[in-house]
Write a protein that binds this ligand. Structure first.
Ligand SMILES: [Zn+2]
Length: 477
């Protein structure tokens, strides 16, 4: 077994920061020691095999990205990152755990899809991975499968109030799943947008000949996110079941979550970097010589980007600071422009939805620290500790302490990078983040005690990552 000492850095947990060395024995952290412990010598009587010099840098728990869609089938194509390319890109960006969504369509059996996701991921991942299960058009068989999956470590289930005929479940189906979740301890997750009304608006826009990408956002107004959020909270209240909202984008939806939390409900929310940084106006203003206004397809995701004039972005930053929103995941679901986003060249409703961000989440959120929007400790909390705790991984993940997995990011606050598709490692032919200037830089990434990234070089190999059989949410027990 290899012993690793990360020396000279500032160890940051949610509880504070301390000058300390971190000793990893094999895959596990065994000590957070006073600085200068390379002289460990007599009391620990160890030979350190490798030393990582973190002088002047932060030593952070590895990032946990709780929302990815590797190789997701969608709209007649597949998300362009495989488990191999997507998890390697994640590692480059300081994320050492992902939780990916097993996708189930109405004509598929839940447990078949669970097995299929294991086949796709096994032996291919650079970092550790767990699964959530998507349930679409929920049938009695799916409800039964929920119990089995909880036993397999899939302890969270995502339901949809949008995408009729594809993912959408009606209120009665959702309510039955909520009751099952209340019974077996699973955390229910919701895509909250009123899909039936969106479908009407989309049909009307297309009927008027409004086919460009910007109409994606214009046909999904914030009222339909707020309404669905409120409706889901009320249904969960009646079922007495905890509820987690994925990708909160609208200020008003965040306020619904805050209100529910204020009266003691187990309601949680995540947002994504794209909703903190981009607006509908950015998308509207996007033109290129090559593609004209179709350039805006790069920023098509659901829910859509929101108008800057309505203050959603500022509100979400505030909500992250005050814990009205608890964490940030990427909803990594990349599609290339060529042959993928282009499927919607004549019809915005056919543009595959999604951003490629898994590599940049830590860098993008760290800018919130640089800008004084969140503290360094809060940055660790929303990118690592809370996701770990939310999804039953805390103790092993999300913290630097003895007994935790040796998942560490050495982050250089004095580094600087510029995001570009040319230098990023995700398998996608553009970057939604092209030209973003990043203060701070991932220096070294350690996953289960193995150095997987250093000096911008990938030193791991596919198959390093292991399946994480998760417990139930540690906010609920
Ligand atoms: Zn998603």
């Amino acid at each position: 077994m290899t012993t690793t000492l990360i020396t000279g850095g500032t160890v940051v947990n949610t509880t504070g920061r301390v000058e300390a060395d971190v000793l990893i024995d094999g895959e596990t952290i065994v000590g957070v020691l006073p600085p200068g412990s390379e002289l460990l010598g007599s009391d620990l009587k160890r030979t350190v095999d490798q030393i990582v010099d973190a002088t002047g840098k932060y030593v952070l728990p590895g990032g946990v990205d709780a929302h990815t869609h590797m190789e997701m089938p969608f709209g007649g194509t597949f998300a362009s990152d495989t488990f191999e390319t997507g998890t390697r890109a994640a590692a480059y960006g300081g994320t050492t755990t992902i939780i990916d969504f097993i996708t189930q369509y109405p004509d598929q059996r839940v447990l078949d899809q669970y097995n299929l996701w294991h086949e796709k991921a096994a032996g291919n991942c650079a970092i550790d991975y767990g699964f959530h299960q998507i349930l679409s058009d929920i049938q009695p068989e799916s409800l039964t499968a929920m119990d089995e999956l909880v036993d397999e470590g899939v302890t969270s289930f995502k339901l949809f109030m949008a995408y009729k005929g594809v993912f959408l479940s009606d209120d009665g189906q959702i309510f039955r799943a909520f009751q099952k979740g209340a019974e077996n301890g699973a955390l229910m997750m919701m895509h909250a947008e009123n899909g039936s009304v969106i479908d009407v608006l989309v049909e009307q826009a297309l009927g008027r000949g409004e086919t460009g990408p910007i109409n994606h956002g214009l046909t999904r107004p914030w009222q339909l996110e707020e309404e669905a959020t409120h409706r889901a909270i009320m249904l969960a209240d009646v079922a007495d079941c905890p509820l987690y909202f994925v990708h909160v984008t609208a200020k008003q939806a965040a306020m619904q979550i805050a209100e529910a939390r204020g009266r003691g409900a187990n309601v949680f929310g995540e947002t994504c970097p794209q909703y903190l940084y981009f607006s509908l106006e950015d998308q509207l203003g996007a033109h290129s010589a090559e593609r004209g206004e179709f350039e805006g397809a790069k920023w098509v995701a659901s829910p859509p980007l929101r108008s800057k004039h309505e203050g959603h972005q500022d509100f979400l930053w505030k909500a992250l600071r005050t814990n009205e929103i608890q964490m940030v995941s990427t909803d990594h679901c990349p599609f290339c422009m060529k042959e993928q986003k282009e499927l919607g060249a004549d019809d915005f409703s056919k543009i595959p939805n999604g951003f490629g961000t898994v590599e940049h989440r830590l860098d993008l959120l760290y800018q919130g620290v640089v800008d004084g929007k969140i503290t360094l400790e809060r940055f660790v909390e929303i990118t690592s500790t809370t996701p770990a705790r939310m999804f039953g991984l805390y103790g092993k993940k999300g913290v630097i302490q003895p007994g935790a997995d040796g998942d560490i990011v050495v982050y250089d606050p004095n580094g600087h990078t510029t995001i570009s598709a040319d230098t990023a490692h995700m398998d996608i032919d553009y970057s939604a983040w092209e030209g973003f200037e990043i203060d701070g830089k991932v220096d070294t990434v350690v996953s289960r005690g193995k150095i997987v990234v250093q000096n911008d070089q990938y030193l791991g190999r596919k198959g390093d990552g292991q399946y994480l059989k998760r417990g139930t949410s540690q906010y609920l027990t």
